[in-house]
Design a protein around this ligand. Sequence first.
Ligand code: 5GP
Ligand code: MN
Length: 338
Amino acid sequence: MKSADVGSLKTLLSSPQKIVIIPHKNPDGDAIGAALALNFYLQATGHSSVVIAPNDYPQFLKWMPGTNEVINFEKHNDTAVKSLETATVIFTVDFNELSRIGHMEEAVKNASATFVMVDHHHSPAAYASIMYSDVTMSSTCEMIFHMIAALGGIELISEDMANCLYAGIVTDTGSFKYASTTGKTHRVVATLIDKGAQNSEIHKNIFDTNTASRLHLLGCALKNMVILPEFRTAYITLSQEELDTHQFKKGDTEGFVNYGLTLESIRFAVIFIENKEERIIKISFRSEGNFSVNEFARSYFEGGGHTNAAGGKSNKSMEETVHYFRSLLEQHKNALLA
Ligand code: 5GP
Ligand code: MN
C-alpha cells in the first residue's frame, strides 16, 4: 500500500466512523472473508461498522465468524439503505467497479461517505478517494492483512480474523497453487496460522462439504464438456433444467470450470451457466499462461477479472451464446496456441 494512502487512511480512521463494508455480488470466500476480517478490525479500533452483501452467498462459507451479522441487501433492504445513507466511510472489497454490486449500485452511488477501495482486479474505476489496488496480490484477504499491518494493527489480528483471512487466501489461490501465490503470501498465511487460523478445518469446511446432488451435477457438467483441441479450449454448459434436476444450490458449481484446464493440452476453459431468473447466461473463464481471460471477458461478455480467471455474462440464449463464443475463437487462435 502506498505510504500516501496509508497516511490518508490513518487520518480518516483517526476518529470513530460509521462504516459500511461491501463485498461484490455473489460473494466468494475472498470477498466475504475480507469484509468480515475488516469488520472485526474496525470494531476493535473503535468504529461502528457493518457488512452489507448485495445478495446471499454459499452455505460452505457460512461457518465464518461474523457471518450471522452480515446484512443481505436483497432481504433487509430498508436496514441496508439506512446504513448506507448514514455511513461516513464505505469500504468496497474484492471488486473495483460499482456495476459488480448489482441492484445495490444505486443506493451506494447516492451515499455521501468517503469511499475506500481494497482490490486486486485490473482496471479500477475512479469512485474511491483512497485506493489500495494491486493486481499482483493473490487475494483481497492478503491485502487486508497488509493494510492492517500498515496501520500498525498486527497485534489486533484475532483468531476470528485469522480464520476469515485464511479462508479468502485459500479460495483465491486455489489452495496456494495459482501463480499469484508468492513467498509473501505464504509468510502472511504462516502468521495467520500462528494467530490461530484453523487451516485444516477451513479446507474441510470449504472443499469437503459435497452433497450427492452436487456430485451428480458435476457428473452432468463433465458429460457436457466440449473439447476443441484445435483451439486448446474446453467448455461446459449447464442449463437451468439441468440445475433444477440436481437441486442446484448457490455455490454448487464452484470450481467446475477448472476441470477443463486439467486436460494436458487445454489452455482455455469456460463454463456457461443458465440463470432463468436473471435471464442471463453467467460465464466463468479460466486460462493457463498468457492468454488474458480478463481482456476476453471485457471485450465480449460485459465482464472482467484477472489475467487467468474472469467472469462475464450474456443476455442471449445458451445456444446463441455458445455459438457466439465459438465464432470468436478463430481470431484468438494465435494467442491460444502460443
Ligand atoms: P468466477 O468465475 O469465479 O465467478 O470469477 C472469476 C473472477 O472474475 C473473480 O475475480 C471475479 O471477481 C471476476 N468476475 C466474475 N464475474 C465478473 C463480472 O461479471 N464482471 C467482472 N468485472 N468481473 C467478474
Ligand atoms: Mn479476490
